[in-house]
Design a protein around this ligand. Structure first.
Ligand code: SF4
Length: 418
């Protein structure tokens, strides 16, 4: 069985390092000013150069997203940044706009181009068309079934294919949506979606605007526009059998904690699949892990659906059983203590887990020391504290704790759409 590439979102340098630590084969990053995820998910030029160097030192590839639909005013920016980008040694650029493809080809004909899912590639002839344009890899539209993906892979074997296997889904066709631009003046097509499809809506009578009607189902809210999140961990044998080269996780805006958990979980699952082939057992612990990060219930999306449907979760606003507690910034080998940058309020005695690449430890939090070594009984986000760690702990390792409201059984929300 061919080993697929596990491709992880890296919205900043910390997230890129988390992806490296927990087992990514490749990461994708935003290019300042021109990605589809806006400034909050883009790196500075210096961080990008540092991240590429660190990734390459570990044999991990870095792809840069330039997948905006460019306006005339963007073209000069692209002309200016391409030479510098190629000098960083970036492994490929992810593009969607034919104009940018033409422009990049003129400026840097040697650079590898991947076609973004924003280009909505859905059939064999479209793949051949892009192959003729010199595209190395296509990130297929989320709307395809695995059967259709398999047909494309068989018909165009020279093209690398990449698909999403985990993360948020749009209610529109692959992000082609004006809801965010309309409600919040931040356009999804310019990389700035605020995800208003996930907000709570009320129906208002024209004559009684002061008395909105809450859309309800079974006594609870309805989120009629909000899709569940994609999760294919249970179906990785089907995914790999389709012939894809790369499996991709969505979420450049998500936290380092999210990156750590999805990377580690899918790394373990893919390694088990490669070793055990057709006997792949989807370990319930993996689903449990994926329930400990923010999600909206899980679905297999279009992968097994013959009709173009998407699935909303009318009863679920958000599920997250755990939240980040902190990130390790150093480790004292002699005192066996880790220096932690705190992310959420901690109390002495609270149950905290340390996520290492291959295992999870419960940490003794009875004695919290501040950065000067003084005993404290609580710490706040932004504080630096010391806690004991049973073994060498790498910088960038994540710690987590249960959220007060975390409750839903995530394994119950993973199911097949048929
Ligand atoms: S508002 Fe929702 S459907 Fe529209 S682009 Fe954003 S995530 Fe997608």
């Amino acid at each position: 069985m061919r080993r697929p590439e596990l491709l992880i979102p890296a919205g900043n340098l910390e997230k890129l390092r988390a992806a490296l630590l927990y087992g990514a084969d490749a990461v994708y990053v935003g290019i300042p000013g021109l990605s589809l995820r806006a400034a909050s998910a883009e790196m500075s030029c210096d961080d990008l150069a540092a991240g590429i160097a660190e990734a390459h030192a570990q044999g991990v590839k870095v792809y840069g997203a330039l997948n905006t639909f460019a306006r005339n005013t963007d073209l000069d920016t692209v002309r200016k940044i391409i030479p510098g980008l190629t000098a960083t040694g970036i492994d490929a650029l992810i593009v969607s706009d034919p104009g940018l493809i033409r422009l990049i080809r003129q400026i840097a004909p040697q650079i590898t181009l991947h076609l973004s899912t924003q280009a909505n590639t859905t059939n064999i002839e479209a793949v051949r068309f892009w192959q003729d344009q010199g595209i190395r890899r296509i990130i297929l539209a989320r709307e395809l079934t695995l059967r259709e993906i398999g047909e494309i892979a068989a018909a165009v074997p020279g093209m690398e294919l990449e698909i999403f296997i985990h993360g948020a889904m749009c209610m529109s066709y692959s992000g082609r949506c004006y809801l965010s631009a309309w409600r919040n003046k931040r356009s999804a097509n310019q990389g700035d979606c605020t995800q208003p499809c996930r907000w709570e809506y009320r129906l208002t009578e024209a004559t009684r605007p002061e008395d909105p009607i809450l859309l309800e189902e079974d006594e609870r809210f309805s989120y009629l526009l909000s899709s569940k999140d994609l999760c294919l961990i249970e179906y990785l044998p089907d995914v790999l059998a389709s012939g894809v080269t790369s499996v991709k996780i969505e979420g450049r805006m998500k936290s380092s904690y999210y990156v750590a958990v999805v990377t580690r979980t899918y790394r373990q699952a893919l390694d088990a699949l490669i070793q055990q082939k057709e006997k792949y057992p989807c370990d319930p612990q993996w689903q449990e892990e994926l329930g400990k990060i923010s999600h909206r219930g899980y679905t297999t999306g279009f992968c097994f659906a013959e009709e173009m449907i998407n699935e909303c979760s009318p009863h679920i606003k958000n599920i997250q059983t755990h939240e980040p507690a902190g990130i390790v910034s150093d480790y004292d080998e002699i005192r066996k203590q880790m220096l932690i940058s705190v992310r959420n309020h901690l109390k002495a005695g609270e149950n905290i887990e340390l996520l290492l690449p291959h295992e999870t430890f419960t940490i003794d939090t009875q004695t919290i020391l501040d950065a000067d070594g003084n005993k404290i009984d609580q710490a706040h986000a932004g504080n630096q504290i010391y806690l004991p760690s049973p073994r060498h702990t790498p910088k960038g390792a994540l710690l987590r704790k249960a959220t007060p409201a975390g409750s839903v059984d995530p394994s119950a929300s993973v199911f097949r759409v048929s």
